[in-house]
Design a protein. Structure first.
Length: 257
């Protein structure tokens, strides 16, 4: 009995330590945004969490999955547009795990898989559009990429919520070409506006001429008004012809006398 008591006393600390280690390895605490995918002898059992989860060490295994939105920056990609223009495009995607079971079982590394797929989709989708679309219609292109990615990642239990094209870099020669194109467009618009102004002015002059032609006295008044405007500048000498219809009444008066 004495040796039995000694043996029990000797092994008690080891038993307590073993129990503590067992409990430490069996207890899992998952935060509100975490889930645990539990496998029993290699087979999927269930998704547990959040809170306290007990697993059997050596028999069960729990893989921790974060359900928060992940911001993934897509490295700069070389893209050839539909009109054969080479550009460098960078983007960022926002996604989260909605089905932890699929995210762990259906793909080896869902983070790396999503990143690689995003790079491929960025080149594929943008390659179907013109350069002008990349520069002016980013919202539509963002939506196209997001829908394409979301369709592919649905089998992995991943939801792509948003895609944003960060930057579209052009070569220096293309930047100069676009600048020349913009300048030519501005010149074209200026010429069109000038031509429209000339057309409107000619129409107004035509209407004014028709009105003045109906009243000869109006032409004389307009002539005198023009002389008044020119004579306001005292430092200017102007030789102005005098129409005969203005002086005709005076000539007739002198002939009568």
């Amino acid at each position: 009995m004495f040796w039995d008591a000694v043996e029990i006393g000797f092994f008690t600390p080891f038993l307590i330590l073993a129990a503590i280690l067992f409990l430490a390895s069996a207890i899992r605490i998952f935060r509100e945004y975490e889930r645990g995918v539990v496998f029993t002898l290699g087979r999927f059992q269930q998704v547990k969490g959040p809170g306290l989860v007990i697993i059997i060490p050596g028999i069960q295994q729990a893989v921790r999955v974060d359900l928060r939105t992940v911001v993934l920056e897509v490295p700069t990609q070389d893209v050839i547009s539909k009109d054969n223009v080479s550009v460098k495009v960078s983007a960022v995607i926002y996604f989260r795990v909605v089905d932890p079971q699929k995210a762990i079982i259906q793909v080896v590394d869902f983070m790396n898989a999503t990143s690689q797929l995003a790079q491929t989709m960025l080149r594929s989708v943008l390659g179907k559009h013109l350069l002008d679309d990349m520069l002016s219609e980013r919202e539509r292109l963002n939506l196209d990429i997001q829908q394409a990615l979301d369709t592919q990642t649905d089998a992995w239990g991943i939801k792509v919520s948003n895609v944003e094209i960060k930057q579209v870099d052009l070569t220096e020669s293309m930047v100069r070409a676009i600048a020349r194109q913009a300048e030519a467009e501005r010149e074209r618009r200026a010429k069109v506006i000038h031509a429209e102004g000339e057309l409107q002015a000619s129409e107004k002059l035509f209407q004014a001429a028709r009105i003045l032609a109906q009243e000869p006295q109006a032409i004389q008044l307009r002539y005198l008004e023009t002389l008044t405007v020119i004579g306001a500048d005292k430092n200017t000498t102007v030789v102005f012809p005098l129409p005969m219809d203005v002086i005709a009444p005076f000539l007739k008066k002198d002939t009568g006398n």
